[in-house]
Design a protein around this ligand. Structure first.
Ligand code: URA
Length: 193
């Protein structure tokens, strides 16, 4: 049932040219994961080069690091998560998607969220946080907090976490380091699934 609704939505996205990103994409990057079993939706920023080539989110360097962290925290990417981005098409030169590009994609995201109806929404990085959370607050100040936000007609538990691209720059595992905090946040999410 969920799969059919999402297949139909994917067909729509494949023929979407609402914004300029439609002109330069090779593939839309619709989602990854099992919508029937997913208990959380992870929302990243935007597809990069590898994602645009393959049509799958988080398959490049950041994606590999994300996979490592998921494994360490006991979250199954395949069964527990449904992964999407704030936009379905790659912005040129991997720039941050504009508000208007995100707005063009918003209805697709809402439909995915309503259909999968997860226990938790994970805002992975500042761009995803900004898309759904009105207050201007740095991700470092709010990560790991459970926010209750009305999204897709329902109050939903949402947790911001660091983006794995940020973690690529910090290797320390010391208490309070970005990687340490990421692991703590993911373990907290695991306990909410
Ligand atoms: N970064 C993202 O935010 N999303 C992807 O799909 C890949 C890299």
């Amino acid at each position: 049932m969920k799969k059919e609704i999402l297949e139909e939505l994917k067909r729509k996205c494949n023929s979407c040219y609402k914004c300029e990103l439609g002109k330069t994409r090779n593939n839309i990057v619709f989602a990854d994961g099992n919508p029937e079993t997913a208990k959380a939706i992870l929302i990243g920023e935007a597809p990069g080069e590898n994602e645009d080539k393959t049509g799958t989110p988080f398959v490049g360097r950041a994606g590999k690091l994300l996979n490592e962290f998921l494994e360490k925290s006991g979250i199954s990417r395949k069964d527990d998560l449904y992964i999407i981005n704030t936009v379905k098409c790659r912005p040129p030169q991997n720039r941050v998607p504009t508000d208007s590009e995100k707005e063009c994609c918003a209805d697709y995201l809402i439909k995915q969220i309503e259909t999968v109806n997860p226990n938790v929404l994970i805002f992975c990085g500042a761009t995803a946080l900004k898309s759904f959370y009105p207050k201007k607050i740095p991700i470092s100040k709010i990560r790991g907090e459970v926010l209750e936000l009305k999204i897709g007609g329902k109050i939903r538990k949402c947790i911001p976490i660091f983006h794995p691209s940020y973690l690529l720059r910090y290797h320390s595992l010391d208490e309070g380091s970005p990687r340490d905090l990421m692991l703590k946040d993911l373990r907290k999410i695991k306990s909410m699934l």
